[in-house]
Design a protein around this ligand. Structure first.
Ligand SMILES: NC(=O)c1ccc[n+]([C@@H]2O[C@H](COP(=O)([O-])OP(=O)(O)OC[C@H]3O[C@@H](n4cnc5c(N)ncnc54)[C@H](O)[C@@H]3O)[C@@H](O)[C@H]2O)c1
Ligand SMILES: O=C(O)C[C@H](O)C(=O)O
Length: 342
C-alpha cells in the first residue's frame, strides 16, 4: 500500500521530454477504459491515468462530454493514446481490448443522503455497463467506484454470472479512498510522515461497514481508546464530511480520482507481474461468512491472487466487525436481488 502513483507520475513526466519517442520499450501494452470519464471523478482520473506510464491506450467513455475531455487530456505528452467515446453505440469500441475498466459512472450524494439512496439510479447504470463489459472485454479487471459499492459489486458479479463470464479474481470494489483517508487522519493525529503510514481498512464502503484496523497501523502510535474511536468515526464519515463541505455540489472527486488511480496502478502492476502488490479491495471473499468483503488482496497476473486474512483484531474492532455484518449483508443481497429481478 505504497503511494506508487507519485513515482509513476514523476517517472512519466521525467520520461516524456519532447525529444523522446512515445514508445516505452519493456512495458507491456495496456488499455484502460474509464466509464463516466466526463464526470467529477472521471476527469481528474483520466488525467492521472494519462500520467501513468503503464497505460498505452486510454479510452474515455461517457454519455456526454467525452470528446472535449479526450481532446484536452490527449494533448499531454505521455505514453498513452487517448480516445473519447460518447453514447451507448460507442461503448463497445471503448471497451474492446481493455485490460482494466474503471467505473465512476453514476450520480453522487447530496447532503442528507446515504450511499444507498443512490441505488435506484446507479444500479441500472452499473448493470448496463457490466452487460457491455461481459460482451466486449470479458477478461478485463473491473474497478467499481460507483456507489453504493456494497451493492454495485454484487450487481456486477450477477451480471457476469448470467453472461457466463464471471471470474471472481477480476472484480474489485474500489475502497482505496477509505485507506487514503485512514492514513491521512492517522498520520495527522500521530504526527508522523504520512508517506510511511499503513492502515488496512476492511468490511465495505458505507458508514459502519467501513472498518479501519488502527490496531494494525504502522508506524505504531500510542493512542487512547477515545482517540481510536474518533479516528474510526472520522474514517467512516469521511465521505459525508466531503459531501457536507461541498454543500450540494457532489461528493469526493479529487481524492477519489487519486485513490482510483492508485488502485488501477496496482492492478496494472499486478498484471505486469510486479511481485507483492497488496491493496485493500471489496472482493468475493471467504475471509468472513459474507460473500463479499473488503480486505487486503494480493494482486497479480490474474487479478486477485490471494485474499488475505484479517489478522489480529482489537476487542473494539472485533465488536465493530460483528456490528457491520448485517448491514453489509443486506446491501449485498439487495444488489443480487436487483440484478436477478430486472
Ligand atoms: N468508491 C468510492 O470511494 C467513491 C468515492 C467518491 C464517489 N463515488 C461514486 O462515484 C460515482 C460518480 O461520482 P462523480 O462525483 O464523478 O459524479 P458525477 O455526476 O460528477 O459524474 C458521473 C458521470 O457519470 C456519467 N454517467 C451517467 N450515466 C452513465 C452511463 N450510463 N454510462 C457512462 N457514464 C454515465 C455522467 O454523465 C457523469 O459524467 C457516484 O456514484 C459516487 O457516489 C465513489
Ligand atoms: O461519500 C460518498 O458519497 C462518496 C464516496 O463514497 C466517498 O467515500 O467519498
Amino acid at each position: 500500500m505504497r503511494p506508487s502513483i507519485f513515482r509513476s507520475v514523476q517517472s512519466a513526466v521525467a520520461r516524456n521530454s519532447p525529444r523522446r519517442s512515445y514508445s516505452t520499450d519493456s512495458v507491456p501494452e495496456r488499455k484502460v477504459a474509464v466509464l463516466g470519464a466526463a464526470g467529477g471523478i472521471g476527469q481528474p482520473l483520466a488525467l492521472l491515468m494519462k500520467l501513468n506510464p503503464l497505460v498505452s491506450k486510454l479510452a474515455l467513455y461517457d454519455i456526454a462530454g467525452t470528446p472535449g475531455v479526450a481532446a484536452d487530456v490527449g494533448h499531454i505528452n505521455t505514453r498513452s493514446e487517448v480516445a473519447g467515446y460518447m453514447g451507448e453505440d460507442q461503448l463497445g469500441k471503448a471497451l474492446e481490448g481493455s485490460d482494466v475498466v474503471i467505473i465512476p459512472a453514476g450520480v453522487p450524494r447530496k447532503p442528507g443522503m446515504t450511499r444507498d439512496d443512490l441505488f435506484n439510479i446507479n444500479a441500472g447504470i452499473v448493470k448496463s455497463l457490466c452487460t457491455a463489459i461481459a460482451k466486449y472485454c470479458p477478461n478485463a479487471l473491473v474497478n467499481m467506484i460507483s456507489n453504493p459499492v456494497n451493492s454495485t459489486v454484487p450487481i456486477a458479479a450477477e451480471v457476469f454470472k448470467k453472461a457466463g463470464t464471471y471470474n471472481e479474481k477480476r472484480l474489485f470494489g474500489v475502497t482505496t479512498l477509505d485507506v487514503v483517508r485512514a492514513k491521512t487522519f492517522y498520520a495527522g493525529k500521530a504526527n508522523v510522515n504520512v508517506a510511511e503510514v499503513n492502515v488496512p481498512v476492511v468490511g465495505g464502503h458505507a458508514g459502519i461497514t467501513i472498518l479501519p484496523l488502527f490496531s494494525q497501523a504502522t508506524p505504531k502510535a500510542n493512542f487512547s481508546d477515545e482517540d481510536i474511536k474518533a479516528l474510526t468515526k472520522r474514517t467512516q464519515d469521511g465521505g459525508t464530511e466531503v459531501v457536507e463541505a461541498k454543500a450540494g455540489k457532489g461528493s469526493a472527486t479529487l481524492s477519489m480520482a487519486y485513490a482510483g488511480a492508485m488502485f488501477a496502478d496496482a492492478c496494472l502492476k499486478g498484471l505486469n507481474g510486479v511481485p507483492d502488490v497488496v491493496e485493500c479491495s471489496f472482493v468475493q471473499s471467504t475471509v468472513t461468512e459474507l460473500p463479499f468483503f473488503a480486505s487486503k488482496v494480493r494482486l497479480g497476473k490474474n487479478g486477485v491472487e490471494e485474499v488475505l486474512e484479517l489478522g489480529p483484531l482489537s476487542d473494539y474492532e472485533k465488536e465493530n466487525l460483528e456490528s457491520l455484518k448485517s448491514e453489509l449483508l443486506a446491501s449485498i443481497e439487495k444488489g443480487i436481488k436487483f440484478a436477478n429481478q430486472s
